[in-house]
Design a binder for this molecule. Structure first.
Ligand SMILES: [Zn+2]
Length: 152
């Protein structure tokens, strides 16, 4: 009997999590918290990812989604805190501004360029990263369900 109840509970939970459409999952994904940083002030704000680049009406500062440098020897590193920065569109190829102070950008080998590029990625809050993984699995299940339903 206990197994039957447990089985029913698992069925209900699993059933509920599979009822969302891919659009609903996408909407949640766009609303997950992300860290934005002001270009002038360096101030950090947590806002939904869907906010994109925005201007703070008070300070007129432009806020961009943050990038992270994972170079263990990054000059910007302070303890275990992530090294966050913003890269305005015009500076996209320069990578981490802290690392670029110690790099010889003009005469750098292509393997060094690739190494520094591999250190840089969009920053995701730990809770956002965990939720994105769950949503990725849910999206996969929804796609499989949609494919099954189309075949019927
Ligand atoms: Zn760096």
């Amino acid at each position: 009997m206990r197994c039957a109840i447990l089985g029913l509970a698992v069925f209900i939970v699993a059933g509920c999590s599979k009822t969302r459409t891919r659009d609903e999952i996408f909407t949640e994904r766009a609303g997950l918290p992300q860290v934005f940083m002001g270009l002038k002030t360096g101030k950090q704000i947590v806002a939904p990812a869907s906010k994109g680049v925005f201007v703070d009406p008070e300070t007129k500062d432009e806020f961009w989604p943050t990038m992270e440098c994972t170079n263990p020897d990054c000059p910007g590193r302070k303890g275990s805190e992530p090294v966050l920065f913003v890269v305005p569109r015009a500076e996209v190829n320069r990578g981490c501004p802290h690392c670029s102070k110690t790099r010889n950008l003009k005469n750098e080998s292509s393997s060094d360029k690739a190494k520094y590029a591999s250190f840089v990625s969009p920053y995701e809050l730990p809770e956002t990263k965990a939720r994105l993984k769950e949503l990725s699995n849910e999206t996969k299940l929804a796609a499989e369900r949609d494919a099954r339903n189309q075949r019927k």
